[in-house]
Design a protein around this ligand. Sequence first.
Ligand code: BGP
Length: 475
Amino acid sequence: MMRQFPEQFIFGAATAAYQAEGAVNEGGRGPCYWDEFLHRPESRFNGDVASDFYHQYPVDLKLSSEYGVNGIRISIAWSRVIPDGKGEVSEEGLAFYDRLIDECIANGVEPFVTLHHFDTPLPLFKDGDWLNRDNIDHFVRFAEVCFDRFGDRVKKWVSINEPWSVVAGQYIIGHFPPNIKYDVAKAIQAMHHMMVAHARVVETYKAKALDGEVGIIHILESKYPITNSSEDMEAARIEDTLANAFMLDACFKGGYSEATLRTINQLMGVQDQTLEIELGDIELLQRASRLNDFLGVNYYASHFIAHHEGESGIHHNGTGEKGTSVFGLKGIGKRVANPAVPTTDWDWPIYPQGLTDMLKRIDREYPTYNKVYVTENGMGYKDDFVDGEIDDTPRIDYIAQHLDAILDAIEAGVDVKGYFLWSLMDVLSWTNGFNKRYGLFYVDFETQKRYPKKSARWMREVASRRQLPRPEEVK
Ligand code: BGP
C-alpha cells in the first residue's frame, strides 16, 4: 500500500516580502536594511524588482490554484506598513496586503503570514536591530496593527522566520548586515530578544481572541558527530545547543533547561560575556510556551560535525561553486563532508533522514509543540531553461525524498499538518542572487513571465493523490 498524506494536508509553497515583491519604492514603503546593503557598489544583485510579486501576485496565485498549491507563505514587510518601523502606519501599505490576502483566499490558497522574515526596517536596524530591546516594543506594535487589520481573514500567523539564520548571518557568518563575524555572544543575546519578542506577540494575539492560530518558524538542522569519538560528539552537541535547543527550549519549555544554559553560558564566557535575561523574561516565556498553536520547521540540510582545535574560519559559498564552503567555530566545532551524503552545488548536504530525526525529536522532547508544519524545504538549483521547458528532475528527487521522510515521521506519531516548498516561484536568494533558483514556477527575470517547471506538474500530482507518484508517472 502506498502511504498517503492525511486529509486536509497543506501542500503549499513559500515566499517572503523582500525576496519576491520588488517595487521597493512604491506604495510608500520605507527601506529595510537589505535595501541599503544590496546597493553598495560591490553588490552583485538587489531586490529592487525581484519577482515583481507586488504586481504579479494575481498571476502567481492563479498558477497556484491551477497547480494544486493550497497554502502560501507570504510575509508582511514591516516597512510597508510602518515605513520607519515605529512611527505612522501607512494606509497604502495595509491596502496592498488587503488586496494580496483577498486574492489568496479568492484562489483557495490559504495564507500563512509571517511578520518578520529577515527585513527589519532600516532605522530600527541602525538602532541595533534585535540587540536593542526597544525594538521588541516596536515589533509588537507592528504585529498588533496587522492582527487588527487582517485578523478577520488570516488564520495562520508566524511571528518570526528563522531567528537562528538571522543572527548567524548577522553576527557569525557575517553575510547579513551588519556583517560581523564570529561574535557568538551577540548572536545568542539577539536570539534571546527574538524569543521574548515572539512570546509577546503570541500573548498579544491570544488576548485578542481572534479565531486563528499563531506560531513561530525555526530552521532546524540536525547535527551529527562525524565519528563516535567523545570529542566529535561534544562538538555536535554544542552546535546543536546553539542552533536548535536554545530556541526550542525558549519556545516550548518556557525557559532554558539547565544543560542548555550551561552550554550557552560557556559559549558567552569565551568572549567574557554573560547572557542578559531581564526580570520577567522567563515568566513570559513560560506563559507563552503553553500558547503556541504550531511550530513551523524549515529544513534543507543537516550537518556533520567534527571537533575543531583551531581559530574560527568561515567561507560562505554564495555562487554555487561546489566544494568551496568552510565552517569552523573556535570552541564549538567544524562542519565536515560526509562522503556517504550527497550535497547541492552550494554544499548543502542532502539528508532527508535528518528531517525525520528532527521531527521525532520535537515530538519526544518538546511535546507542547501542538502540531508541525514543514514551512520550508527545497533545493537551490541552476535550472536549465530550454524552449520554455524546465526539467528539474534533481529537485523532484529532493522533494520526493523529503516528503517521504515526513511520511516516516507521521507514521511515528508526529503531527505534521502541511508542507511548504521553498519557493513558489523563483525569488531572490539573500546572499546568492538570482541564479540559485528554488521555485515551482520559473521566473524569467527580464520579462517577469512565469513558466511552470516539471516539479510543478509533479507536485500537482502529489497534491491530488496525497501520495508520491513515481517520477516517470509525470511528464
Ligand atoms: C531560508 C529562508 C528563505 C530562503 C531559504 C533559502 O533560510 O527563510 O528566505 O532564502 O532559506 O536560502 P538561500 O536563499 O540562502 O539558498
